[in-house]
Design a protein around this ligand. Structure first.
Ligand SMILES: Nc1ncnc2c1ncn2[C@@H]1O[C@H](COP(=O)(O)OP(=O)(O)OP(=O)(O)O)[C@@H](O)[C@H]1O
Ligand SMILES: [Mg+2]
Length: 608
């Protein structure tokens, strides 16, 4: 199979295919038996013509009929077994790599930006499995028999052999034409299909916005922009396939008749018997059948090959996480060393050269205007984005030395878009861990100050929260997300705007939680736009345009950023002379403080 040619040693699909080698050998052997049995038809015919008809012996006919009966039943059995074997090979390959494929689906968004459908790898695997279990590979296994059939026809008479050979050559040329004409279409159809899935999913996810803003017609137009070419390509692909299939069929039928005619000519010349004439025609048809079948399945074959290549490239491009040494739980320091962060698929960094160090019990507030790179920094600190430069270290060890699952236990992260999963509140808090204890779940909820809120829900901790937590309010989601971040007593807790949806009660609870965490010698990093979230931290890092503008004790930093000297450029832009008394962009501190906060509010709060 040409699929094996692309397999690199050691890649997951190739390894899985290699494990199925014995099954392939068995299918090959069964194909031998099947093809030999397939000769019984023409041989039967030969016997009828040359023996029964000439000798007029009915007992011979009866024996022949009995024999052919048995042989065909056996053939059906062999055929069934080899189909089943291939189905199981497909199954086994799926079992071997479906988890890796899902891992890929979850990992890809962290390393690249796709504008297609994120589920493509799963669909590729489905396609591969379906092809392996279909009649397509059977045609490939029957292919080696073609020369043998051809040799038999040659043995009947060289002229018959050359005619059959000509037919085979024409069909082989047709399959090449098929390959050339379909490859591009199949790839394009699959790409358009992925884009359509992505669009459909986005429409479904944003159904409320679409309705409220009357965006349905615009969305329909976008849909048509993808769907119409998809239809068009599919039709063209169908046309190509249809034409070639019809041509193949016509050529096969024509050839069969031509062989018959040639046989008749030879029989008239008494060079062959009439039985040979018929048998040659049937055997030629048999020899052509694998190519005809292959052409019929060509689209799936090309699709499976492309799916295999895509999956293979992805599976071998991502670094494995195996074989990392188990490190002790971190409990002392977090060091960020001159890191540069480039979002997946982006060309320019969103964070440049950030360094700071925190020790157990420290609380750091990260502030700065929108797009300053705060969330990017948070993602780098918790290890979800790869760093082109610099290191994030816990107790001295760079976080990429940890196995992600192990590291995850030491990290609490509340992303800006909270991202809960379909399941119960308890499952979400326990991060869907199988061996979670109720005590741990309740402890996390209590630490997050959300226990009372949860027990008031209809089914308490067992409340089903729906897809992405759709049955909860945004504030409820955020507080349950906080409990999830605190589950299992992590050492480093990074909260990205944890108060963006909170009411005052929620904010009080959050401040209390951060204090408790610090008292337990954890490191807490809070990203915030509003001051209340950083009540309980004592250090502040100010970011703007991806760089650190200030870092240090909260009181000092806030004092300095509240009275910045504007850059000459900023002053010029505003058409005002530079003055040291006005807070100015790019830090947009007034936004950070909120409308009602006075300039002096922060230090006072801090003293409290
Ligand atoms: N996934 C991404 N792909 C490409 N660029 C990104 C991605 N995420 C962020 N960026 C870019 O990085 C920059 C910093 O974004 P980031 O989300 O870190 O800002 P932020 O400070 O958290 O802003 P906000 O206060 O609005 O949350 C932005 O210019 C943004 O366009
Ligand atoms: Mg952000």
């Amino acid at each position: 199979m040409s699929m094996n040619n692309q397999a690199l040693p050691g890649n997951a699909i190739a390894v899985a295919l290699r494990k199925c080698r014995s099954a392939f050998v068995n299918v090959g052997m069964l194909s031998c038996v099947a093809n030999i049995l397939m000769l019984s038809g023409p041989l039967f015919m030969l016997q009828i013509y040359d023996r029964v008809l000439t000798s007029r012996s009915l007992p011979t006919l009866a024996v022949l009929v009995g024999l052919v009966f048995g042989l065909f039943i056996f053939l059906a059995l062999v055929d069934m077994i080899r189909t089943r074997m291939l189905l199981r090979v497909g199954h086994q390959i799926d079992v071997a790599i479906n988890q890796k494929t899902f891992g890929l689906i979850m990992q890809l968004p962290l390393v690249s930006r796709s504008n297609g459908d994120g589920l493509q790898p799963a669909r590729d695997l489905d396609q591969l499995r379906q092809f392996i279990g279909s009649a397509g590979p059977i045609a490939l296994f029957d292919m080696p028999w073609m020369p043998i059939y051809l040799a038999i026809v040659f043995l009947f008479h060289p002229l018959l052999g050359f005619a059959a050979l000509a037919g085979i050559v024409i069909l082989v040329v047709l399959s090449f034409v098929n390959e050339v004409l379909t490859v591009r279409h199949v790839r394009e159809v699959s790409m358009l299909f992925a884009r359509r899935s992505a669009l459909g999913e986005a429409g479904r996810r944003n159904a409320e916005t679409v309705r409220a803003l009357g965006m349905a017609p615009a969305m329909m137009r976008k849909w048509s922009e993808v769907h119409d070419p998809l239809l068009e390509r599919s039709r063209r692909l169908g046309d190509v396939m249809g034409t070639l299939t019809s041509a193949t069929k016509a050529i096969r039928l024509l050839l069969q008749s031509m062989i018959l005619a040639l046989g008749a000519y030879l029989a008239v010349q008494q060079l062959v018997t009439p039985g040979v004439m018929i048998a040659a025609s049937i055997i030629t048809a048999r020899a052509l059948s694998p190519i005809e079948q292959a052409i019929g399945h060509w689209r799936n074959f090309v699709g499976a090959r492309q799916a295999y290549a895509r999956l293979n490239t992805l599976l071998s491009s991502l670094p494995g996480d195996d074989g990392k040494t188990a490190l002790p739980a971190p409990m002392k320091t977090l060091a960020v060393e001159n890191i540069v962060v480039v979002p997946p698929g982006a060309k320019t960094p969103s964070v440049q050269g950030v360094s700071f160090e925190l020790k157990a019990g420290d609380g750091l507030g990260i502030i700065g205007p929108s797009a300053a790179g705060k969330s990017s920094l948070a993602r780098a600190i918790v290890g979800v984005w790869l760093l082109p430069k610099g290191h994030v270290r816990l107790d001295g060890a760079a976080i990429d030395q940890w196995h992600p699952e192990v590291l995850g236990r030491h990290i609490g992260y509340l992303p800006q878009d909270i991202e809960l999963f379909d399941g119960t509140v308890a499952e979400n808090i326990s991060r869907f861990e199988e061996e979670s204890s109720d005590e741990q779940i309740v402890a996390a909820a209590e630490l997050a100050g959300v226990h009372e809120l949860i027990v008031k829900l209809v089914d308490g901790y067992e409340t089903q929260i729906g897809e992405s937590g759709s049955t909860l309010s945004a504030g409820q989601r955020q507080r349950i997300g906080l409990a999830r971040a605190l589950y299992d007593d992590p050492f480093l807790i990074v909260l990205d705007e944890p108060n963006s949806n909170l009411d005052s009660e929620g904010e009080v609870a959050l401040t209390r939680t951060i204090r408790q965490l610090r008292a337990r010698d954890k490191i807490v990093i809070v990203i915030a736009h509003r001051p209340s979230a950083i009540d309980a931290v004592e250090k502040v890092l100010v970011m703007a345009e991806g760089c650190v503008k200030a870092f240090g004790p909260k009181v000092e930093v806030l004092k300095s950023v509240l009275a910045p000297v504007p850059t000459p450029a900023a002053a010029k832009k505003q058409n005002k002379p530079a003055s040291s008394s006005e807070p100015l962009p790019p830090l947009s501190i007034p936004r950070f403080l909120g409308k009602t906060a006075s300039v002096h509010a922060m230090p006072k709060r801090d003293r409290k």
